[in-house]
Design a protein around this ligand. Structure first.
Ligand code: ADP
Ligand code: MG
Length: 715
């Protein structure tokens, strides 16, 4: 190709496809230098980015606050007055610029720590200014740090109502002369450059009218420059809906595609192994929830499509049995299964429990973890490869590349959050037709979170505990009650029960935490001396063998007390343990506390969970203790956890791009999320390929946003 043509070609492909792709320098007042700052600090590159940089609030510029009336309860202040003084105070790093502004009721301090030379030059004592910013109080007097400030223009004050947008802005930008009002000016100019056709509607007319939504262009305009508070709320509602709608449609399309096109191994029969076990060895009757979930799974695995199912069940609801029954079905159909657990302890326990139940059945199973020795490992790998082994139970070691299977058909991932996307992908390569995948969660996930973060998976819930469980009584005590707690433990042990005492070791590397654990251990040992009492201790610094031995001694009842870190958090099952003491309980999150508590209450005895905290608690900590004492319901706790910590902190969802909403919140917009989900479901039922004329706008929009399509958790 000749050079000129090539250059032209490059020009064409680099040319903005719509006006929204225009670089922000095309707005008056944005120099290359300012453009660089906006790109770097606010990630605003194009018109579209500016358009989507939403104000976090609006102020009514016709309504200034009276300085004397400001109180600690006001988050922001917007005041007008005369600059009384302007002074540089302090030295070096403490250097700051302080101004006093006075209206006819009082004065307020304005303080700057950065860019102070520039600001000092800009302001003039005696002039009138309008000032806006976050209000603080210092020694009882009001002050605003780094306020937005503009010349007082009296004509502004009469005129029609004007809600002015206040934009998020960094201190650095403000110090260099770009503040929220500048951004408002840029955005105002942007709206002079674009028209309705640049922001075409992306929702079908029927949805807009059914749900009384603002049109897209109007919503954008009103979210920045609303006529009234009501208009703003409507704009917000429309744009949130749009966000949730498209998140749902992307997710559900992935699911639909899997349902329609993914090829899966067919497990169409229930054979001898399952029936033999079910009739002769099943140690209890299944709960209705277990039966229902099993039915749901059977439908998937018999369909000829690959199963990707998330199984949510509260602690102790009996997920392991569901896993085992599925594995037996796989075996009946000539397929191998793996069961993966996040820790060696848990994998070992699954192996021991399942081996015991299957001991009289013709099933070959192996335990494969990182600590299996070379010779044994060779044997296991051989059995997996030639198909002799029906089940492989272990840690992620079971899906390492060295492990080959003759015919892997089912992978069950217990306590999913410790498994990454990469490991799930690894699984896919283990057979020509990828194995069915069942993901079992450690802790219930709030429904809204499940819909958004895992909406592409099918989803089963076990909301029933096996019968005969006595509810666990949860008690919150502070440090001063320690002696009574110890006495209580003694009574329980005397009655033949066992006790867990868990210490926070949030980071296994933290020396301070480790010292506390050791100190605690010594204390407990002196209170419960050998040979009357025996104590196990398990923590992350031990070798797997020592951990295992200690664990085993507790499981078999040779020790009465288990002192440990959270390594016993997931899954461990010792029915005779009736007391769980959690040290420094305020340092744990709600879900983790619930997980730990789930270690007791597994037998027929009444069980207790004692939350020990320091004498002083933060409000947040106190709230968490209160919730734990009030409820045993994992789903309710998960909801609270989400409310208190926000979605970003909930385990397993951090990496999920699906939660990066700009406006919507899965905590506050639950109802809307459910509506969006239903609307999408109905729409895809009628038009699975999105090809109806009235849905064309959706397709167009999805194509224009191609880069954003969410990845699937498993596929
Ligand atoms: P989780 O769902 O937390 O993994 P587990 O699978 O460890 O729960 O089961 C907890 C306990 O309940 C185990 O001791 C298990 O044997 C027992 N269990 C499971 N299902 C039933 C049932 N249907 N009836 C009685 N006990 C059951
Ligand atoms: Mg479990």
């Amino acid at each position: 190709m000749c050079k000129l043509l090539a250059a032209l070609y490059i020009c064409i492909i680099n040319a903005p496809s719509t006006i929204l792709q225009t670089p922000i320098e095309y707005i008056t007042g944005i120099s290359t230098q300012r453009g660089d700052m906006l790109r770097k600090d606010l990630n605003i590159h194009t018109f579209n980015d500016l358009l989507n940089h939403f104000p976090f609030r609006h102020i009514d510029k016709t309504q200034v606050d009276i300085i004397a009336s400001l109180t600690m309860h006001d988050e922001y202040a917007y005041v007008a007055g005369k600059l009384l003084s302007l002074e540089m105070l302090g030295e070096n790093r403490a250097k700051r610029l302080v101004a006093k502004l006075k209206d006819n009721t009082g004065t307020i301090d304005l303080v700057w720590f950065q860019g102070i030379n520039f600001i000092e030059k800009m302001l003039h004592v005696g002039h009138q200014y309008l000032v806006f910013g976050k209000l603080g109080f210092f020694n009882g007097s009001p002050q605003i740090a780094h306020p937005e400030i503009e010349n007082f223009a009296p004509q502004k004050m009469d005129g029609k109502p004007s809600l002015e947008p206040i934009y998020p802005c960094t201190e650095k930008l403000k110090a260099r002369g770009i503040n929220g009002s500048n951004i408002a000016k840029f955005t105002a100019e942007l709206f002079l450059k674009i028209t309705e056709k640049d922001l075409p509607e992306n929702l079908p007319e029927a949805i807009i009218s059914d749900y009384k939504l603002l049109r897209r262009y109007d919503a954008y305009k009103q979210i920045h420059f609303p006529f009234s508070e009501k208009h703003y709320q409507y704009a917000l509602r429309r744009l949130k809906f749009e966000e949730l709608f498209f998140a749902q449609i992307r997710m559900q399309l992935v699911k639909l595609e899997r349902h329609r096109f993914s090829k899966g191994n067919v497990f169409d029969k229930v054979g001898n192994r399952f029936n033999d076990f079910y009739n002769n060895y099943l140690p209890f009757t299944l709960t209705n929830a277990q039966k229902r979930v099993l039915k749901e799974i059977r439908k998937d695995i018999g369909s000829g499509r690959q199963m990707s199912r998330l199984l949510q069940g509260d602690v102790g609801s009996g997920k392991t049995m569901v896993a085992l029954l599925c594995m037996l079905i796989a075996a009946d159909n000539g397929f191998q299964s793996v069961l993966m657990a996040p820790t060696e302890i848990l994998a070992t326990q699954h192996f021991i429990g399942i081996s015991e139940m299957l001991k009289d059945m013709p099933i070959k199973l192996h335990l494969l973890t990182g600590s299996v020795k070379t010779k044994a490992r060779r044997e296991i790998l051989k059995d997996a490869e030639d198909g002799t082994a029906h089940f492989l139970i272990g840690t992620h070691a079971v899906i390492e590349t060295k492990v080959n299977f003759k015919n892997l058909g089912l992978a069950i991932i217990d306590e999913q959050h410790k498994f990454g996307v990469a490991q799930r992908a690894q699984l896919r390569d283990k057979n020509t037709i990828p194995p069915h995948v069942l993901v079992m969660t450690a802790t219930p996930i709030p429904r809204t979170l499940a819909l958004t973060a895992y909406g592409d998976l099918d989803y089963s819930v076990m909301d029933e505990l096996p019968p005969g469980r006595k509810p666990i009584e949860t008690i919150h005590r502070n440090e001063s009650a320690r002696p009574q707690v110890m006495d209580f433990i003694k009574t329980e042990i005397t009655q033949g029960r066992q006790v867990y005492i868990v210490y926070p070791l949030i980071e296994e590397s933290s020396t301070l935490d480790f010292e506390n654990l050791m100190k605690g251990y010594e204390e407990i040992k002196s209170f419960f001396p050998e040979p009357k009492y025996w104590i196990s201790m398990v923590h992350g610094k031990q070798t797997p063998e020592i951990k295992e031995t200690n664990m085993q001694r507790f499981v078999s009842g040779n020790t009465q007390i288990m002192v440990s870190t959270t390594v016993i958090e997931v899954g461990v099952n010792v029915p005779n343990a009736s007391v769980m003491v959690i040290e420094s309980a305020e340092r744990f999150g709600l879900s983790q506390l619930h997980q730990l508590r789930g270690r007791v209450g597994r037998g027929a005895d009444k069980s207790y969970c004692i939350l020990l905290t320091g004498n002083k608690l933060s409000n947040d900590g106190r709230e968490r203790m209160k919730i734990m004492v009030a409820t045993n319901d994992g789903f309710a706790i998960a909801e609270k956890d989400l409310e208190l910590r926000g979605p970003g902190e909930i385990e397993g969802t951090k990496q999920s791009g699906a939660l990066n909403f700009k406006l919507a919140s899965i905590v506050n917009d639950k109802a809307m999320l459910e509506v969006a989900r239903d609307v999408v479901e109905k729409l895809l039922e009628q038009d699975p390929n999105i090809e109806l004329k009235e849905n064309e706008v959706i397709k167009k929009y999805l194509v224009s946003q191609k880069g954003k399509t969410s990845w699937s958790k498993i596929a």
